[in-house]
Each structure stands twice: as structure tokens, then as C-alpha cells.
Design a protein around this ligand. Structure first.
Ligand SMILES: Cc1cc2nc3c(=O)[nH]c(=O)nc-3n(C[C@H](O)[C@H](O)[C@H](O)COP(=O)(O)OP(=O)(O)OC[C@H]3O[C@@H](n4cnc5c(N)ncnc54)[C@H](O)[C@@H]3O)c2cc1C
Length: 386
């Protein structure tokens, strides 16, 4: 007899959103995570409007500042600030955000969290999954694999082969109240590192400062980060440099081999993140949301697991593919491509679309519509140099 209707491996945003949707659909859910919660998750914590729209739990308990402006700069050039009258980005601290999502699910009677439990092996036998863990086996007829960049489940079922592994390295720099960064908006400095960018994302009491690169190897990344931190006007305490650690973000996982069993690959486990920016919270939340819905339909005998992979294309995989394809010319010709954003015909549809929770694909395909809407709603405020 199966203990639960659905096992979710991983309690990042992808896994928790899938669990929330499945619980709302009446399933019993067991979620496990190798880490004990609250756990550390290196991430700049920028949550876009499309990510907020995909989230099926409350962000408010862990939301920090929301920003109406963002800078897409070419490193060493004057800042290029894009603004909108609606918010564009909400900041969270990931340990707190992820823990909040887990705690919201925990209020549901049909939910069980097993944190500090690592899945070591997964197999599908006699129409159910057997998940081996370091605390004994678990069983369920359906499985959500939201186990992050080094997914055990993806290795087992070979569903996705991400094209590249991006690298991101960050430091959280405490910021005094009187600091100049109080007025700062989130910024991305393209070209601050080979085939990548540097970022500053301001939070309440600190700033996340980091580097993102698609280059397979960058030597001296820690020193580069220390230099970038200084160049942005912060002082990196020497002792903290040793703590800078680099993390991988799989990207370009858009060509999937649809599995024969009801396993749903979600978020970083599939390599769905945006290769141009490293944004992955949206892709995790949205794929998790769809996985939860399909799991409910399958449990009720109203759908097939293959629907998950079909439904994933437009809201998630199309962007995974498009941003991977665009990342190559973007990082080769940073000045020319980021320079395009200075043109209102490019920046307006992108910013208006982003504020309306549109995907990158929708901003490109429906650029004309977003341009007209932006002109109607905010005739002259875009692309102001600060
Ligand atoms: C430095 C950095 C900055 C970033 N900044 C941003 C940003 O500002 N905005 C944005 O949108 N994205 C950002 N990203 C990307 C984003 O963090 C990820 O894309 C996102 O966390 C993916 O969510 P997920 O739920 O798929 O996986 P994760 O959040 O990685 O969660 C996976 C979970 O699975 C657990 N797990 C793994 N293996 C097992 C196992 N075998 N058994 C049990 N549990 C397991 C892990 O402990 C983890 O809790 C950043 C990434 C990095 C590295």
C-alpha cells in the first residue's frame, strides 16, 4: 500500500510550489530534503513578477524591498536604468523564503516534511516509485524531482541534458543604514566578468554582490569578485574572501526525453534557468506549479503524465531555449546587445512585459502589443539615465 499520493524530492521553490498545488488538489504529499530547514541557499534572491505570478504560496512573509527600476549596464559605461510604474523585482533572502514556503505547506494535514533526509536512489517498479534514502525507503505512485542542480532523479531517468553549467559566486555585504546604497536599485553589469555580468541586489541590511558567468572556466573568480565588490563602492573584509564559494546553475535543458513513468522534473533539476541572467526561481516555481496540477489530474484518472512535458514548453522550456540561444551573441557582443536596451523600441516592450509577468518569449513575440500598452500607460518614463 502506498503511504502517500506524491513524493516531492527537494524543498526549494520548485518542490514547495508543486507540493502546494498537489495539496490544494487533495493529494497527500511527502516532501524530503537532504538539508535541515531553515537551510542556506546561495542565491541573489531576485524574484521577478512572472515568478510571483507562478507562486501558489504567500511571498509576503519573506518579501523585502520591491523595485520599480533595474539597471542593465555595460561594465565601465554610464548606467542604463529601466523603470516602470509597477514593480519589476521583489527581493527575498532565500533561506527565509524557502523556509517560509515549507512552513506554509506544513499547516496542511495532508503534508509531511522529512528534512535532513537524502534520496540516494530511485526506481519505478510495479507502478510505484521506491525512493531509497539514508533513513529507509519511501513509496508513492507519482514523483516530483525538484532536487536541484545535481539531480539524482534526472541522472536515473535521463530526462534532461542541460547544455551548459553557468557559475555564480556571491557575497553578502552588510550595509549600514547611512550607506549610499539605500538609494541603489538592483543592477547587472554585463562584461564585469568574461561571458557574464556582475550584480548588486540590495536587501534590507545587506547587499548581495556577485558574478555570473557562462564561461566553462574563469581563473581567479574570487579575486575578480573582490575587485568587483571594491569597484561598486563596498569594502570586502579580507577574511570573508575565503568564504566566497562558486555554485553551478545548469542552463539550456530544453530538449527532454519524456519518461515512461509519472516522474516530473522541475527547476534546476532539469536545467531550465535563463542562460542570459541566471534567473531560475521562476522556472522552478512554474514547472513546479504545472507538475502539481498534472499530478492531481493523473491521481484522479483525468490525465496522463506526458501532459506535464507538453505543458512545460510554452511557459518554461521556450524561454530556456530562447535565452540559451540569445546568450551566445549577447556575451560575444555585450556592448552592441546591451546597447540595444537604450532604444525605447526594445526596452519598452521588455520592461512593460516584465512588469506584467510576461515571459521573455512573450515579450519577444508580442513585443508590439507591449510597446503600445507601455505607450498608453506611461508615455515618457522609460529608460531614464540616473
Ligand atoms: C549565486 C546564485 C544567485 C542566484 N540568483 C538568482 C536570482 O536572483 N533570481 C533567480 O530567479 N534565480 C537565481 N539563482 C538561481 C536559483 O537559485 C535556482 O535556479 C533556484 O533555486 C532553483 O530552484 P529549485 O527548486 O529547482 O532548486 P533548489 O532551490 O536548488 O532546491 C533543491 C533542493 O533539493 C535538495 N536536494 C538536492 N539533492 C537532494 C537529494 N538527493 N535528496 C533530497 N534533497 C535533495 C537541496 O538540499 C535543495 O534544498 C541564483 C543561483 C545562484 C547559485
Amino acid at each position: 500500500v502506498d503511504d502517500v499520493d506524491l513524493i516531492v524530492i527537494g524543498a526549494g521553490p520548485g518542490g514547495s510550489n508543486a507540493a502546494a498545488v498537489a495539496l490544494s488538489g487533495g493529494l497527500t504529499v511527502l516532501q524530503l530534503d537532504a538539508a535541515r530547514f531553515p537551510r542556506v541557499k546561495p542565491c541573489a534572491g531576485g524574484v521577478t513578477m512572472k515568478a510571483r505570478a507562478a507562486l501558489r504560496l504567500a511571498i509576503e512573509p519573506s518579501a523585502q524591498r520591491s523595485f520599480h527600476a533595474i539597471e542593465f549596464n555595460v561594465w565601465g559605461h554610464p548606467p542604463n536604468r529601466l523603470e516602470h510604474h509597477n514593480p519589476l523585482l521583489t527581493m527575498v533572502c532565500r533561506p527565509e523564503f524557502d523556509n517560509q514556503l515549507v512552513q506554509q505547506n506544513r499547516r496542511r494535514a495532508a503534508f509531511t516534511l522529512r528534512d535532513g533526509v537524502r534520496a540516494t536512489r530511485v526506481e519505478y517498479v510495479d507502478r510505484r516509485f521506491r525512493v531509497e534514502t539514508d533513513h529507509g525507503p519511501l513509496f508513492a505512485p507519482q514523483l516530483v524531482a525538484a532536487d536541484g542542480a545535481y539531480s539524482v532523479v534526472n541522472r536515473t531517468f535521463r530526462i534532461s541534458r542541460p547544455r551548459a553549467m553557468a557559475t555564480a559566486i556571491e557575497a553578502n555585504i552588510p550595509v549600514g543604514r547611512a550607506s549610499a546604497t539605500v538609494d541603489q536599485v538592483p543592477c547587472l553589469d554585463y562584461g564585469a566578468v568574461t561571458r557574464g555580468y556582475g550584480w548588486v541586489f540590495p536587501k534590507h541590511d545587506h547587499a548581495s554582490v556577485g558574478l555570473y558567468t557562462l564561461a566553462p572556466r574563469v581563473s581567479g573568480l574570487r579575486e575578480l569578485l573582490a575587485g568587483y565588490i571594491r569597484a561598486k563602492g563596498f569594502a570586502p573584509p579580507a577574511a570573508s574572501r575565503a568564504r566566497f564559494e562558486a555554485y553551478r546553475i545548469p542552463v539550456g535543458g530544453f530538449r527532454l526525453r519524456v519518461p515512461r513513468c509519472p516522474v516530473y522534473l522541475v527547476g534546476d533539476a532539469g536545467g531550465f534557468a535563463d542562460a542570459m541572467t541566471g534567473e531560475g526561481i521562476y522556472h522552478a516555481l512554474e514547472s513546479g506549479r504545472i507538475a502539481g496540477e498534472v499530478a492531481v489530474a493523473v491521481a484522479r484518472g483525468l490525465g496522463s503524465p506526458r501532459q506535464y512535458y507538453r505543458r512545460l514548453w510554452k511557459p518554461v522550456l521556450r524561454d530556456t531555449a530562447l535565452t540559451y540561444a540569445c546568450a551566445i551573441p549577447l556575451f560575444r557582443h555585450i556592448e552592441r546587445t546591451i546597447g540595444l536596451l537604450e532604444h525605447p523600441l526594445v526596452s519598452r516592450p521588455l520592461i512593460h512585459g516584465a512588469s506584467a509577468a510576461a515571459t521573455f518569449g512573450d515579450c519577444v513575440l508580442k513585443g508590439g502589443i507591449y510597446l503600445v500598452r507601455s505607450l498608453r500607460s506611461e508615455p515618457g518614463r522609460h529608460n531614464a539615465r540616473p
